[in-house]
Write a protein that binds this ligand. Structure first.
Ligand SMILES: C[S@@+](CC[C@H](N)C(=O)[O-])C[C@H]1O[C@@H](n2cnc3c(N)ncnc32)[C@H](O)[C@@H]1O
Length: 214
């Protein structure tokens, strides 16, 4: 993607001083900017890797609805083998961000198309982690999103879903529906806020750890 007006950078500093520089677009769909849930999840991953070294290093990670790709790029900076995914329209932005942050990536990171609800490629199946940030925001997507999670997850896959609790408009209804659907096929627990990054945390941003029902 060529440098152009309309690109603005979101920086995120790692605790070792490395800096992720994520390009965002001033126009385009919701995926063109970094959402707060993505920052909270990124910094949570970093804290987990710090307190439990080896949790991500060398592990396979598939991110859904990656947008700019920031969460997956953070996981790759922590040593994971990452695939960031989103709709076709976001591929250039994700790829540009992977390229521009190549110097901080110690694992690997690639961008692929994955539309929720559609058949998933065999190469995506059973990652160690599935990550999603701010993917609970419109009703029609809830069933396809959870179908994709179910199709992808193996028995040992850990799914981390970070979402911002929103109180306006249809958001509470959408969130309620998400939990109803989630409970049908999955077990989950909320990661206590004390375990989020000390600085990058907020009472209205939650992280769920989700597992398939045994
Ligand atoms: C609110 S944005 C969050 C982006 C990024 N995870 C973040 O938190 O900064 C939601 C993302 O989900 C993606 N998305 C929405 N519907 C989708 C679908 N049906 N299949 C795949 N991705 C989808 C959008 O393109 C967008 O990038």
């Amino acid at each position: 993607m060529a440098e152009a007006e309309g690109i603005f950078i979101r920086e995120l500093e790692l605790s070792d001083g490395r800096v992720l520089e994520i390009r965002q677009l001033s126009s385009g769909d919701v995926g063109c900017v970094v959402w707060d849930a993505a920052i909270v999840l990124s910094k949570y991953l970093e804290r987990r890797e710090r307190t439990e070294p080896g949790l991500l290093r060398g592990r396979t990670v598939l991110e859904l609805g990656s947008g700019t790709g920031i969460v997956g790029i953070m996981a790759a900076a922590l040593g994971a083998q990452v695939t960031v995914t989103d709709l076709e329209d976001l591929q250039d932005l994700m790829s540009a961000n992977i390229d521009h942050n190549a110097h901080v990536i110690s694992g690997s990171c690639q961008a692929k198309v994955l539309k929720w609800g559609e058949e998933v490629a065999d190469s995506f199946l059973s990652p160690n982690y599935i990550l999603m940030a701010d993917c609970i925001y419109y009703e029609e997507s809830l069933k396809p999103l959870l179908k994709t999670v179910k199709d992808l997850a193996g028995s040992d896959t850990c799914v981390l879903c970070c979402y911002e609790e929103r109180t306006t408009g249809k958001n509470p209804e959408i969130e309620k529906k998400f939990f109803e659907l989630l409970k049908a096929d999955f077990e989950y627990e909320e990661v206590p806020i004390e375990k989020h990054d000390e600085e990058y945390r907020s009472e209205d941003i939650h992280i769920l750890q989700i597992y398939g029902k045994k």
